[in-house]
Design a protein around this ligand. Structure first.
Ligand code: SF4
Length: 505
């Protein structure tokens, strides 16, 4: 649409963040692909185009982070016409000569995240999240230029730390500013300063609002994302949220965000928190009653289908009674019984190593020598109450010994009788320095990876089938995912065997 004046502020993101994923699992699968997965496959199956308003080009769905920024800008006085959210296919509808700021959200702009480093170490290639971020950035630059707009390009989101750590990478990418961390308290002020040409440093510090001041979203979020809590504060060395205390959104805000998603056609909600079980907690002391009450209210909303959870902590599972876990599972599952998965970070069976990684607070007072048994017990309790844990380990960490790896390998073997998965990820320092090179991983590392993926290959296809069919994904697409899964399993089995064979002892 040539000749549009353009919105003053345009919000956008890459195609992985902007796609219409029906499930949290779909988004996770898409963001774990490397360029060894051909682009037509990615576009055909993993990146369904999200709907947009044909008359304005504005996106109907947007990542939760962009929705919060949009809500903050609107709350602080910008008119609806001044703030447009659009995906890269419709930038020409919303960027014009009047556009002053184009802000992009990113999860992994330089491909330095732990999951990305692991995927590229095994599968090779570059992570698509990085490549598609570069692509949308290039389209933004071209559209701004073609529109004759003086707009500045600003980047934020959970991956902004990577650019802030390496500001010399910003110029060549055409990025004017990066805003770090949660920023709803000062984002409008920063955007207004950029709009009026105030000279600002390249790296800007966001100010988090009090949780009670987090503005409810004004449009539906991709994957039906609903934020329950933010931050964590448990101190793990490899995590950007290590020093950010956890805060819980009020039930009113959570329910309002859930309603906005449901009204926008998202029947499957993704309940986001770094530790779902800590909802309403004072510090690390869980309050099962507060969480159960919230989930009851969410379950009673009209039209809700899947209630998906992302992360929980081992020590928090230990604070829930078995009956409470079962009740929670049943509320999450609703009438359509099925598999409820949860990400859970065990990090290593070596408690010594886990403590050395700064994770002592997440061990919940358990002595390092008891960590492996305690973690297995909690995984077992999750399985017994209907959950399917997606367990994560960190490998290649400084100070890791052969003994630590052997301990963890034996521990993973002890999980064979449980219905769970284990995903080892490569250590990635949060100072932006690179993960260990794949070539530096030993045969034992690869043996551990193979042992874990033997579990994953057994349980992930059934989990996908369960969640997709219950989540209303068309049957043909579910079958497409199963076929893709078979192909990727065969590819990964070969790659893992090959990498172990070639690795140093
Ligand atoms: S428990 Fe998880 S979210 Fe919290 S600091 Fe550790 S890794 Fe980060």
């Amino acid at each position: 649409m040539a000749g549009v004046p353009g919105a003053a502020v345009v919000l956008t993101a890459d195609q992985i963040l902007m796609a219409q994923h029906r499930l949290l699992l779909d988004g996770m699968l898409a963001s774990s692909q490397t360029t060894t997965s051909p682009e037509p496959l990615l576009r055909g199956l993993l990146l369904p185009s999200a709907p947009h308003d044909p008359s304005t080009g504005r996106a109907i769905l947007a990542p939760l982070g962009l929705r919060r920024v949009e809500a903050a800008l609107r709350r602080d006085g910008l008119a609806q016409a001044d703030v447009a959210v659009a995906d890269e296919r419709h930038l020409t509808h919303v960027i014009g000569p009047e556009t002053r700021v184009v802000a992009l959200a990113t999860g992994d702009p330089l491909g330095l995240g732990m999951s990305s480093s692991t995927m590229t170490a095994v599968a090779g290639g570059r992570i698509w999240t990085e490549m598609l971020f570069r692509r949308v950035l290039a389209r933004v630059r071209a559209t701004v230029r073609a529109a004759g707009s003086p707009a500045k390009i600003v980047v934020g989101g959970p991956g902004a730390w990577q650019l802030a750590q390496q500001p010399d990478r910003m110029g060549p990418l055409g990025i004017d500013h990066v805003i770090c961390d949660y920023c709803e308290a000062n984002v409008t002020d920063l955007v207004r300063q950029v709009m009026s040409g105030v000279l600002l440093p390249p790296v800007l510090q966001g100010e988090p609002p009090k949780v009670s001041d987090i503005p409810p979203i004004v449009g539906p979020a991709t994957m039906g994302a609903v934020e329950l809590s933010r931050g964590c504060g448990l101190g793990c060395d490899f995590c950007t949220l290590a020093g950010v205390a956890m805060g819980h959104l009020s039930p009113d805000t959570i329910l309002a965000d859930a309603e906005t998603n449901l009204a926008g056609g998202n029947a499957n909600l993704a309940l986001l928190s770094e530790d779902f079980l800590r909802y309403g907690a004072e510090g690390v002391r869980c309050r099962p009653d507060a969480l159960l009450e919230l989930i009851r209210q969410l379950r009673s909303l009209r039209g809700v289908r899947l209630l998906q959870v992302d992360h929980v902590n081992v020590a928090s599972v230990g604070q829930f009674g078995t009956g409470e876990l079962r009740t929670l599972h049943d509320l999450l599952a609703g009438d359509q019984r099925g598999l409820c998965w949860v990400n859970i970070g065990v990090e290593s069976a070596s408690g010594r190593l886990v403590a050395a990684l700064g994770c002592r607070p997440k061990m919940g007072g358990v002595a390092p020598e008891d960590w492996a048994v305690f973690a297995r017990e909690q995984l077992s309790r999750l399985c017994a109450t209907g959950f399917l844990p997606l367990t994560s380990l960190v490998i290649g960490v400084p100070g890791e010994t052969t003994e630590d790896l052997r301990l963890t390998l034996d521990w993973v073997r002890s999980l064979r009788d449980l219905r769970l998965t284990v995903f080892p990820v490569l250590y990635a320092p949060v100072d932006g320095s690179p993960s260990p090179a794949p070539q530096s991983l030993s045969k034992l590392h690869w043996e551990l990876l193979r042992e874990c993926y033997a579990l994953n290959f057994r349980h992930m296809p059934a989990l996908y089938w369960d969640n997709q069919t219950r989540g209303g994904v068309p049957r043909s697409k579910c079958l497409g995912f199963q076929l893709l899964g078979k192909g990727q399993i065969a590819q990964w089995k070969t790659l893992l065997w090959w990498r172990q064979w070639r690795a140093p002892a």
